[in-house]
Design a protein around this ligand. Structure first.
Ligand SMILES: Nc1ncnc2c1ncn2[C@@H]1O[C@H](COP(=O)(O)OP(=O)(O)OP(=O)(O)O)[C@@H](O)[C@H]1O
Ligand SMILES: [Mg+2]
Length: 221
């Protein structure tokens, strides 16, 4: 699947950049023609969607080159939430952070942010922009155990075995491509961790992630 994804992304990605280049030329030539400008703007929006899918496919296909560093979990979740919180999906969403103070993991900072952005977005979308997301984090031996729980409807048991499959989605066309969790699982595995999904006792979805704990090496006394 990874090699196919990378191949498709490459073959589609190159002509796509060409089209986007010509489109921007066309837009600058069409300034006097509002109707044409409107059409070109719509084409641009659709192309951006394709571009997003191609980028996710590249993430899936790439034997991810990770640059591990020591990452603070609470700060990462907070900055991902800040990025998303202005969006429509987060209008009535509250975030609770129950993360052991100073919890660190060994991870690639940008890949880990990408994972949290996907998980927070999934939670907010499942709750239809109203409810609470709770992120828990504890240290268990040499691992950090992280959970993202929401107050949405949960994941129906009949689809649980398929939600990590690339292109599996229950969202309407244009809302989801079904690549989010596939990319998350790929990235977490590349960081030496594990990602799994289930439901909380209260009902909502509960996504669990295990990552190698990070340690600050003490400076020489
Ligand atoms: N927090 C959640 N609560 C309920 N269902 C969920 C949750 N997270 C994921 N799912 C289910 O898993 C499916 C796959 O999720 P995934 O993130 O891979 O794709 P997507 O969100 O549909 O699209 P994309 O992430 O590409 O925009 C979703 O369509 C949804 O049915
Ligand atoms: Mg998603």
């Amino acid at each position: 699947v990874g090699r196919l994804a990378a191949g498709v992304a490459h073959e589609v990605g190159n002509p796509l950049s060409g089209i986007m280049g010509y489109l921007s030329l066309a837009r600058s030539e069409a300034k006097q023609n509002p109707k044409l400008l409107d059409y070109l703007g719509r084409i641009d929006a659709e192309l951006l969607r394709i571009d997003g899918i191609v980028k996710s496919l590249l993430d899936l296909g790439r034997p991810a080159k990770m640059q591990p560093s020591v990452v603070d979990i609470a700060r990462t979740v907070e900055s991902c939430h800040l990025l998303l919180s202005k969006g429509k999906d987060f209008e009535g969403v509250e975030l609770s952070l129950l993360i052991e103070p100073g919890l660190l993991v060994s991870a690639d900072a940008s890949a880990l942010s990408q994972v949290f952005i996907n998980l927070l977005l999934n939670a907010a979308q499942a709750m239809e922009a109203k409810g609470r997301i709770t992120v828990r984090g504890t240290k268990e031996g040499s691992w950090a155990q992280i959970e993202v729980q929401d107050t949405g409807p949960g994941i129906p048991s009949e689809i649980l075995p398929r939600i990590f499959d690339p292109f599996f989605t229950t969202k309407s066309a244009g809302r989801g491509t079904g690549l989010g969790l596939a990319v998350c699982q790929h990235l977490v595995a590349a960081m030496g961790g594990q990602l799994s999904a289930g439901n909380a006792e209260g009902g909502g979805a509960l996504i669990s992630m295990k990552l190698p704990a990070g340690y600050v090496t003490n400076p020489r006394p």
